[in-house]
Write a protein that binds this ligand. Structure first.
Ligand code: SF4
Length: 243
C-alpha cells in the first residue's frame, strides 16, 4: 500500500470553517474530477518526488521519493507534531479519498484531529474511513464545473458525512447556474438545514469569470432562506501569500 504525495507542509488554513487555524497539509496526487477552476497539478503519476517541509513554517523543503508508505508519511507527520501543535492534519489533493486504503493504514499511526478536504463524490470510499475522520470539508461540484452530474453521489456523501463535523463549500463564479445553485441549497437543507455552507468566490484561473460582490450578497441571501449558517469566505491563504 503506497501513494504519490505532492507535498507535506505546515501552514494556515485559508478556507472554510477553520480559516486561520494552523494545520499540517498532506496533498495527495490524483483526482477523479477535472474542474475548470482547478489550481492543482493533480494528474496521477506526475510527481516522482514529494516535497516535505524540513520544519513547520520554514518553507525549506527536502525531497522524498514517491510512492510513499503510510508509515513513512506517519513519521513525517509525527515529526511535525512534536515540533509544533497543529489544530488538525488536513488530507487534501487532488482527491484524498482515492487513497482511502492508504488513509485507513496511516491515520491510526497519528495522534491529532484529522480533516478531509474532499470533492464529495466518492461516498463508498468515505464509508470505509469515516470512523477515522474528525472534520469533513465537502465541496459540492455543480455540473457546469466538471461536465458531469454528481447530485446522487453528493447526496449520499453528505448523508454519511453529517454524523461528523462537516461543512459544505460551494465555489461561485460569475457564470454560476442559478437553478443548480438552488438545487444544491435544497439538497443540503433537505439533509440538515444546520449544516454550514461556505460560499467561496472563485479565485479566477484559466479564464473563469469572477463572481461580483453583488452576486455574492445575492446568493448568500438566497441560501439563508433555507440554511441557518451561510458564510462568504474567499481563499484567504492567497491574500496572505501562504501555501
Ligand atoms: S476536485 Fe479539486 S483537485 Fe479535483 S479537479 Fe476539482 S478542484 Fe481540482
Amino acid at each position: 500500500m503506497d501513494a504519490n504525495i505532492i507535498e507535506i507542509f505546515s501552514s494556515v488554513q485559508g478556507e472554510g470553517r477553520y480559516v486561520g487555524c494552523r494545520q499540517l497539509f498532506v496533498r495527495f496526487e490524483g483526482c477523479n474530477l477535472k474542474c475548470e477552476y482547478c489550481d492543482t497539478e493533480h494528474e496521477a503519476g506526475l510527481h516522482t518526488l514529494c516535497q516535505v517541509e524540513t520544519y513547520p513554517g520554514s518553507r525549506k523543503f527536502s525531497d522524498a521519493i514517491n510512492p510513499l508508505e503510510p508509515s513513512e508519511v506517519a513519521a513525517y507527520i509525527n515529526r511535525f507534531l512534536q515540533a509544533l501543535p497543529h489544530q488538525a492534519i488536513s488530507f487534501t489533493g487532488g482527491e484524498p479519498l482515492l487513497h482511502s486504503a492508504f488513509l485507513s493504514e496511516l491515520i491510526p499511526m497519528i495522534n491529532a484531529p484529522v480533516m478531509l478536504e474532499t470533492n464529495g463524490t466518492l461516498p463508498d470510499r468515505l464509508e470505509r474511513v469515516i470512523d477515522l475522520i474528525d472534520i469533513i470539508s465537502m465541496d459540492i461540484k455543480l455540473p457546469q464545473m466538471t461536465g458531469a452530474d454528481h447530485w446522487a453521489d453528493h447526496k449520499r456523501f453528505l448523508e454519511l458525512a453529517q454524523k461528523k463535523d462537516v461543512y459544505v463549500k460551494l465555489v461561485i463564479t460569475g457564470d454560476t447556474d442559478m437553478e443548480d445553485f438552488q438545487r444544491a441549497i435544497d439538497m443540503v437543507a433537505g439533509i440538515n438545514p444546520d449544516i454550514m455552507l461556505v460560499l467561496q468566490p472563485v479565485t479566477p484561473v484559466n479564464g473563469v469569470a469572477e463572481a461580483s460582490p453583488d452576486l455574492m450578497l445575492e446568493l448568500q441571501q438566497q441560501a439563508l432562506e433555507c440554511l441557518r449558517d451561510v458564510r462568504v469566505i474567499p481563499q484567504t491563504h492567497r491574500m496572505m501569500n501562504q501555501l
